[in-house]
Design a protein around this ligand. Structure first.
Ligand SMILES: [Zn+2]
Length: 332
């Protein structure tokens, strides 16, 4: 048996209070993914909550009971690293912020041990950096009023292992428990290997769900590579103008990265501004901050679609567009 304290509960004593206030019926470590059934008032089983990877942590910023925290999620962001959600899925966070009907659920898949570390953070051990990054992510969840924040704590080597089923299994459990309407994740054209591993694991998990339970919209988002190159008609444009204060608060939480030498805060807002202005050359700006996504819904609705062919299709259509523009001048 493993102790309940394997659930990290954050700095604030009220966080995850309901989780800690319950009794686990069983918690087996004989499987890599153990199920925990909780009882309330010592009797009635309330929910079967998957206990995910060994280092997983769950944070419910407003301390509602776990069944409610899971069941209320409408928008789910699934990212590789701490900070990916705030940078790539900000539209979902902003849309749910302050709403009583819409709730953002966050999933961060890796432990953050491989993060960049410079300057004031250069001397941190991998474990110290991972702990700091986990705290930063929980703080972002509180500031962004997430419905739930799950950090799976997988090593990057696990998330990028195409042979492993651990991450797809974890994500399947979360999808089954939350059944979100809309899901944000990394783009299949991202250049970061761990981002691609998460995208692949999530797609596996989504395709395991019964078709009727799958989300109605799945968006691949900008990260390590923007999506400005997509043909305009294929862009999912997410206008987040007017939410600068929230974006700034969220972005500045990740001090270990920003002060550690990566100005992600400036880069993501600069990219959003560029997406807004460089969209339409002949008109004034209709928005000041725009994220671009790639619509992955067809991949989720039709299991027979090949991911490589699907992704290559966007690149080929971009190629055609560029060649079409040059042809009148150079192919007379
Ligand atoms: Zn990342």
């Amino acid at each position: 048996m493993r102790a309940l304290e394997s659930f990290h509960t954050g700095n604030s004593p009220q966080v995850c209070k309901d989780l800690l206030g319950r009794t686990p019926l069983f918690l087996s470590e004989s499987q890599s993914i153990a199920s925990v059934a909780f009882i309330a008032d010592g009797s009635v089983p309330m929910v079967e909550l998957p206990l995910l990877a060994g280092n997983s942590t769950i944070c419910v910023p407003d301390s509602v009971a776990m069944p409610e925290a899971l069941g209320r999620v409408t928008h789910l962001g699934v990212g590789a690293h701490q900070d990916d959600l705030e940078f790539m899925a900000f539209q979902g966070i902003a849309e749910c912020y302050g709403s009583h009907e819409l709730w953002f659920g966050g999933v961060t898949c890796t432990d953050g041990k491989g993060s960049s570390r410079n300057l004031a953070y250069a001397n941190l051990s991998s474990d110290e950096l991972a702990a700091l990054r986990r705290q930063e992510q929980e703080e972002a969840a509180r500031i962004g009023r997430f419905g739930i924040m799950i950090q799976l704590g997988h090593a990057s080597s696990e998330a990028t292992n195409p042979q492993s089923d651990l991450l797809p299994n974890d994500l399947f459990q979360i999808l089954t428990a939350t059944r979100p309407r809309i899901v944000y994740t990394h783009s299949p054209a991202d250049k970061h290997r761990t981002h691609l591993g998460v995208f692949a694991a999530l797609l596996q998990a989504l395709r395991r769900m019964p078709t009727v339970d799958r989300p109605s919209k799945v968006i691949g988002c900008e990260g390590w590579r923007d999506l400005d190159w997509l043909c305009d008609g294929e862009k999912v444009r997410m206008d987040v103008s007017g939410r600068g204060d929230l974006a700034e608060k969220l972005n500045s939480v990740f001090a270990s990265q920003i002060a550690g030498g990566k100005r992600y805060d400036l880069a993501v807002t600069g990219r959003r501004a560029a997406n807004a202005t460089f969209y339409e050359p002949r008109e004034g700006d209709h928005a000041s901050q725009v994220l671009v996504g790639i619509d992955l819904t067809p991949l989720v609705m039709d299991d027979s679609i090949d991911v490589i062919d699907f992704t290559r299709g966007f690149i080929r259509r971009f190629e055609d567009e560029v060649v079409h523009g040059l042809t009148p001048y150079f192919r007379k």
